[in-house]
Design a protein around this ligand. Structure first.
Ligand SMILES: C[S@@+](CC[C@H](N)C(=O)[O-])C[C@H]1O[C@@H](n2cnc3c(N)ncnc32)[C@H](O)[C@@H]1O
Length: 275
């Protein structure tokens, strides 16, 4: 029998839950490969327990489903298929105790309080404790843009919003490349990639993939020693033309200066794509 769609399991859950409609295809894209596997799935934000029941049915018998909530009443939703931990997602010592008890986990879904502080503390505490090929999925990141919950929202936009932290993570991942800048605080030995959706950010964790050296490999195929037509040879590059190439070939020592001017003209042209 075909496995049920997540949206059907959501509608059938015995307890109340609320989720945005556009999240369901995203969850399925991210989580489908973990169905019927022996995984540990953690959701921050229990509320009435409805989503935890849905996740148990979705991931199957072999899955370990854990809910985390600050509200002690969430403990009432603990039963033989769901474990509940009471504590705050923004409390570093809560996470230390949690991972000491539970061990590393496979997926964490953050549907908790959604402030910058909660989302960023959760990311920093949880990422090192996620298994290889696991995920941290943070939802409702629209809060970073200052929408919802009244005019001020969570006092975003802010330099220190969660979405700005995600943008920093793009640099952090690229700083694995030799000779690039390094951050004082980095998660780049755990986060292999980041996937951005509307209102959801997914961090894909893999220490083993992060460790692969970024060295150039050369195969043994026949090499025709062809000239690399990069940069100013490209006739579509603004500022580059036959005259520039002619001067470059005539006076090789001006190559660097010519290249600089061509690149600056490129930048002026590109400006409009950044507006
Ligand atoms: C949007 S509701 C969760 C909804 C639930 N996941 C569902 O889909 O039905 C948010 C929950 O996060 C909890 N919460 C808020 N701040 C928290 C924190 N700092 N740590 C843990 N849970 C928190 C709230 O008590 C609330 O139950």
């Amino acid at each position: 029998m075909a496995e049920k769609k997540l949206i059907d399991l959501f509608n059938e859950s015995q307890y109340y839950s609320l989720k945005y409609k556009n999240y369901f295809p995203i969850y399925e894209k991210l989580f489908d490969k973990y169905r019927d596997k022996k995984i540990t799935f953690v959701e921050i934000g229990v509320l009435s327990g409805g989503s935890l029941k849905m996740w148990k049915k979705y991931f199957g018998e072999g899955s370990r489903i854990i809910g985390i909530d600050l509200n002690p009443k969430a403990k009432n939703f603990e039963d033989d298929e769901i474990e509940i931990f009471i504590g705050s997602q923004s409390d570093q010592s809560f996470w230390e105790n949690f991972f000491k008890k539970v061990g590393k986990v496979d997926i964490i879904l953050d549907d908790g309080g959604h402030t910058n502080f909660q989302q960023i503390m959760t990311t920093c505490c949880a990422v090192p404790n996620i298994n290889d090929d696991g995920l941290l999925v943070v939802e409702d990141v629209f809060h970073s843009y200052g929408v919802s919950y009244g005019a001020k929202g969570f006092f975003n936009p802010s330099k220190y919003s969660f979405i700005n932290f995600c943008k920093k993570t793009i640099d952090d991942i690229n700083y694995r490349f030799p000779e690039t800048k390094k951050f004082n605080f980095s998660l780049n030995k755990y986060i292999h990639s980041v996937e951005i959706f509307e209102s959801i950010v997914a961090f894909k964790i893999s220490e083993s993939l992060c460790k692969i050296k970024n060295e150039v490999l050369y195969n043994k195929g026949k090499n025709f020693e062809l000239k690399d037509y990069a940069h100013i040879h490209d006739p579509n590059t603004p500022g580059s033309n036959k005259f520039v190439v002619f001067i470059k070939n005539l006076y090789p020592k001006f190559r660097g200066t010519l290249k600089y001017f061509v690149f600056k003209i490129n930048e002026r042209f590109l400006k409009k794509f950044f507006k």
